[in-house]
Ligand binder design. Sequence first.
Ligand code: HEC
Length: 128
Amino acid sequence: MRIAGFFAVSGLFVAASFAAPASAAPVAAELRVCAACHSFGAGEPNRLGPNLNGFCARPVGKAEGFAYSSGFKASTVKWNAASLDSFLENPRKAMPGTRMAAAPIGDPAKRTATIAALTEATGCKTLK
Ligand code: HEC
């Protein structure tokens, strides 16, 4: 019993230490506000918002294990530079019923910088 417990605990420790480098990755300044709710690296857990790793290559609202709002579930948006730009400009207007309670980013240059940093951090090289 004791020995089994020891192996279970050390197994968890190994899993945690494998995950450590990804979660320790520094977050770009543009994404600090997003990082309150999102993780960006492969295999990192969902937080208040979904993990965004590779989000641009999957249909909207499909992060594994994340319970999206009905607004997101009903959406057929494709994530690209234009749809992200209007989403970040006004999440609730672009995606009615969304639970993403992030402040709108009014400044177009700031949105462009945020999208560039997001593309980099999430491995979304295909963003158009
Ligand atoms: C207060 C928490 C919060 C903040 C801050 C936040 N988000 Fe979100 N985000 C969410 C939630 C929750 C969802 C899922 C929305 C839903 O289900 O309606 C989401 C969804 C998304 C999605 C769509 C993901 C998918 O799987 O289709 C993207 C892209 C995104 N957020 C980008 C950002 C960016 C970029 C920022 C920073 C500018 C940001 N978010 C800030 C909570 C947040």
